[in-house]
Write a protein that binds this ligand. Structure first.
Ligand code: FAD
Ligand code: FES
Length: 247
């Protein structure tokens, strides 16, 4: 983990309430897709965790949805402004588990970490298939970016305005794949858990406290390893270790 000041290079609205921000600064603490950063915002006690969508030697791309005070402040930031950020947080996805034809499933703001993962898998010579789930057309983002990586992309919308009408699992149930990776809301996870035919990894974007393992605020019981902290031992967990507590 490192802490540093990052400069906003761009901050654009790309879909309903969804913004893409490019930050310039030290990216050396990141080593895997699926890791996250934690942003300090003036006047707010807790930092706000956001997944890394993509990064290179000196820039980080994040995509965030405006849902409250912190993300509203982010949406108003202009080029040249600086943010205090903790980087290199979380364990990230394990691409060595993917097999040749992994399935990546992103729901809403669970889509961004799937992009970095897709890029890494393609670079390793794998052939990913991607399902992106949204509520409606105006919320869709990043379809073309995944296609440009060479992935086969399916879109689902709850209202049927684009792609398959329904949920990601309406596409997932008809596909063959070697392993799955997913990030998105809990109801989507529960549906995936009932549909999945292989092992997989889930990335949790639940609320958290410190974000780096100190407060135990994100601790959860696992099937295999006692308690784990979502922020430090996760946010990515193996399908086989997750204890699904509520229906
Ligand atoms: C590891 C991790 C990665 C994340 N990655 C992304 C990302 O890539 N893009 C993105 O848009 N968001 C992501 N989130 C969620 C993001 O952290 C929250 O949306 C953000 O902190 C909300 O801050 P706020 O001040 O705007 O909202 P608040 O004022 O704190 O809350 C506003 C409303 O949003 C709800 N809310 C807050 N946090 C969450 C959450 N984590 N999940 C569901 N509802 C929440 C609150 O209950 C409240 O109703 C991630 C969360 C985690 C833990
Ligand atoms: S949020 Fe503090 S230990 Fe995870």
């Amino acid at each position: 983990m490192t802490q540093g000041l990052y400069t906003v290079l761009s901050n654009e609205k790309i879909a309903d309430s969804i913004y893409l921000m490019v930050l310039e600064g030290d990216t050396s603490a990141f080593s895997k897709p699926g890791q996250f950063l934690n942003i300090k915002l003036d006047g707010l006690f807790l930092r706000r965790p956001i997944s890394v969508c993509d990064y290179d030697d000196d820039t980080i791309t994040i995509i965030y949805k405006v849902v409250g005070e912190g993300t509203e402040m982010m949406a108003e930031m202009e080029c040249g402004e600086q943010l205090d950020i903790l980087t290199g947080l979380g364990n990230g996805f394990d691409t060595s588990l993917s097999g040749d034809s992994p399935l990546l499933i992103g729901g809403g703001v669970g889509v961004p970490p799937m992009y970095g993962l897709c890029k890494a898998l393609v670079e390793e010579g794998k052939k990913p298939t991607v399902i992106l789930g949204f509520n409606k057309e105006s919320e869709i983002f990043y379809k073309e970016e995944f296609e440009r990586l060479g992935a086969t992309v399916y879109i689902t919308t709850v209202d049927g305005s684009v792609g398959t009408k329904g949920f990601v699992t309406d596409v997932m149930k008809n596909l063959d794949y070697s392993f799955f990776y997913t990030c998105g809301p809990m109801p989507m996870f529960r549906a995936i858990e009932k549909t999945a035919k292989t092992s997989g990894q889930y990335s949790f974007e639940e609320r958290m406290g410190c974000g780096f393992g100190a407060c135990m605020g994100c601790s959860c019981k696992t099937l295999t390893g006692g308690y784990k902290r979502i922020c430090k031992d996760g946010p990515v967990m193996m399908r086989e270790e997750i204890l699904w507590t509520q229906e």
